[in-house]
Design a protein around this ligand. Sequence first.
Ligand code: ZN
Length: 133
Amino acid sequence: MHTNDAVFLEDLCPKFRFRQWRKSIHKFTGKSCIYCGKPSESIDHVLPRSQGGLSTTENCVPACLSCNGNKSDENALFWYRKQKFYDPRRAMAIRAWLEGDLRLAIRLLQWANPKFKVNNKNYEKDQTEYNAA
Ligand SMILES: [Zn+2]
């Protein structure tokens, strides 16, 4: 598919764009849960939608179903501090993510999990896609 066609499709179909956006969120962390590092199966709203949280990249983090369900409507950082798998580096990453500094967030996540590798080229591309959206 042509890049131009893709942009056209996204304009025509918000659902398609939403899917692309969700995909790019998972890609930022190499498809791992930002809280515990397990495979991310869902997108967690840090500030829950019930409390006015928006579906923006800054407010949405990749999370496994267990963390997402467990956290429920609690403040993410507050909830996270009480978990057995709490890691201050991940907490810092979450904070950086919320501030929109994905680059720093990813660096902190890599620090927390040396096995986690992100293809920088893809990351740059995702960032462009996000800015275009
Ligand atoms: Zn998790």
